[in-house]
Unconditional design. Structure first.
Ligand SMILES: Cc1cc2nc3c(=O)[nH]c(=O)nc-3n(C[C@H](O)[C@H](O)[C@H](O)COP(=O)(O)OP(=O)(O)OC[C@H]3O[C@@H](n4cnc5c(N)ncnc54)[C@H](O)[C@@H]3O)c2cc1C
Length: 440
């Protein structure tokens, strides 16, 4: 691989940085908070705190999704998505609290009725824009709620999310004029500068870099091989792919440039280590997009954003490694199974599927296991009842020194939760479990 390894921001450093920023925001509010017992002042003071925290939270949410490589490679895309979702709930609460408290403060101060007060406030252009931004942010929160998310298509969810950029921009314009920032010009500038910096990161890493990569690497599909009735491997070739520094365990967001697929970037892991200018993914058909991927033909052009993901050889801390895959989660682990350094007996792969005909790439796995003298076990059966193979007792039976292992885990959220619980009970500390969950 050419060049130095890409830099990585460890999750703890990012978490600490976010907390520090939150603390600074509360400090900024505290030094200016008005100590008065009057209802209007109290409401306004609380509104300022909620507003500052929500504004800071929006900035953090955007940064988490900016696809900055050092953050993606260090923290991992699924952890970033989890933090983003958790933070999103906090921001939606903060934005709603800020709007209600500020409205209440205005009513208490002026004695106006609720509707008259709302009309007064909406007469200020910056507040009207902030209200429009609030509506967009609340809409994004609503489509992300679990019950709604399960019912709307990915495109609808994504479309509403894209509107939040406009929402965040609209909400921004009233912030530097707020009392906590307006009194101190240097802070108002700093706040604006932070927003500008996040906007530049978003534009750069989500638009410019993928576009530049598409033009430079000119990837095309060269082969589509059937692996099972509902699974295909797609082999792609491009120019100078070594410059991407993709590693086994990582994934790309693939935009296949066909009439029906070009609008959507689909995440798929590399199912084999990159070799020269060739990349391979293995895709299980679960819905409309993957059905179209199965029908791809050689020659189709591909725009690939990435690589992403932290589940690589770099996070390993132990000589012995246990890989646990569920369903299509075998893809990145298949690439790691082949490439993680280790002698005979150092690597064990447990592959969870309901039935043997759902096992993907099993001929390759058996070949790798035989060639490297690694252990390979299929965990078949239902996850309910006494035959559930993913229990602590079964893990200990198959891998007696399991507590001595690093664990790489990949699968659906349900499978990953079950495996994490069983691993904890079997004595594996959580910080030794390196997981990539196929969730959005
Ligand atoms: C990091 C990561 C790596 C993955 N690697 C593989 C792999 O190697 N092989 C494999 O078979 N599957 C993989 N998946 C899962 C795969 O991305 C989904 O199965 C696929 O996108 C579903 O598309 P669909 O429209 O056919 O299915 P649908 O039934 O329409 O969608 C199933 C789920 O996928 C979500 N989804 C649909 N389109 C997108 C999109 N563009 N971006 C994100 N989510 C979307 C939907 O919201 C829904 O939750 C991976 C997922 C992630 C997050």
């Amino acid at each position: 691989m050419p060049g130095d390894p890409p830099p990585r921001v460890p999750p703890e450093a990012l978490r600490l940085g976010m907390l520090f920023g939150g603390g600074a925001v509360v400090g900024l509010w505290a030094v200016q908070a008005n100590a008065s017992a009057d209802a209007d002042v109290l409401l306004a003071t609380a509104a300022h705190l909620a507003g500052l925290l929500a504004g800071y939270g929006i900035l953090v949410l955007l940064l988490l999704m900016a696809r900055v490589p050092a953050v993606e490679h260090g923290v991992g895309a699924d952890r970033l998505a989890r933090w983003h979702a958790r933070g999103g709930r906090f921001v939606v609460g903060g934005v709603a609290a800020h709007a209600l408290l500020a409205w209440g403060a205005y009513l208490a101060h002026t004695g106006r009725g609720p509707l008259g007060g709302a009309a007064d406030l909406l007469g200020y252009p910056a507040l009207a824009a902030a209200t429009a931004g609030t509506v967009l942010l609340l809409a994004a929160g609503a489509v992300s709620a679990r019950a709604v998310r399960a019912r709307v298509s990915h495109e609808t969810w994504r479309g509403v999310h894209l509107l939040t950029y406009a929402g965040a921009a609209a909400a921004f314009f009233h912030q530097p004029a707020g009392p906590d920032l307006a009194g101190i010009p240097v802070l108002a500038w700093l706040w604006s500068l932070l927003h500008a910096q996040v906007a530049v990161l978003l534009l750069w890493y989500r638009a410019a870099v993928p576009l530049r990569a598409a033009l430079r690497h000119r990837i095309r599909v060269v082969d589509v091989r059937s692996e099972s009735p509902d699974t295909v491997s797609v082999v792609m070739r491009g120019r100078a792919l070594a410059a991407l520094q993709a590693e086994p365990g990582q994934f790309f967001r693939w935009r296949f440039l066909t009439r029906r697929l070009w609008r959507t970037a689909l995440p798929f892991s590399l199912s084999a280590p990159p070799v020269g200018d060739t990349l391979r993914i293995t895709v299980k058909v679960v819905g409309g997009h993957t059905r179209r991927v199965k029908r791809l033909r050689p020659g189709v052009r591909v725009a690939a954003a990435g690589p992403f993901g932290a589940m690589t050889a770099r996070v390993r801390t132990r000589r012995k490694v246990l890989l646990i895959a569920g369903g299509a989660g075998i893809t990145p682990l298949r690439a790691l199974f082949e490439t993680l350094p280790g002698g005979p007996g150092d690597l064990t792969l447990l592959y969870r599927a309901r039935t043997s005909d759902q096992l993907l790439l099993h001929a390759e796995l058996e070949q790798i296991a035989a060639g490297r003298q690694c252990r390979l076990h299929y965990l078949l059966g239902s996850s309910r009842g006494p035959d559930d193979p993913l229990t602590a007792a079964n893990l200990r039976r198959l891998v007696p020194d399991i507590a001595e292992h690093d664990v790489y885990l990949c699968g659906s959220p349900g499978m990953a939760d079950a495996a994490s619980r069983a691993l904890r009970r079997a004595g594996v500390p959580p910080d030794r479990v390196h997981a990539e969950v196929f969730a959005f």
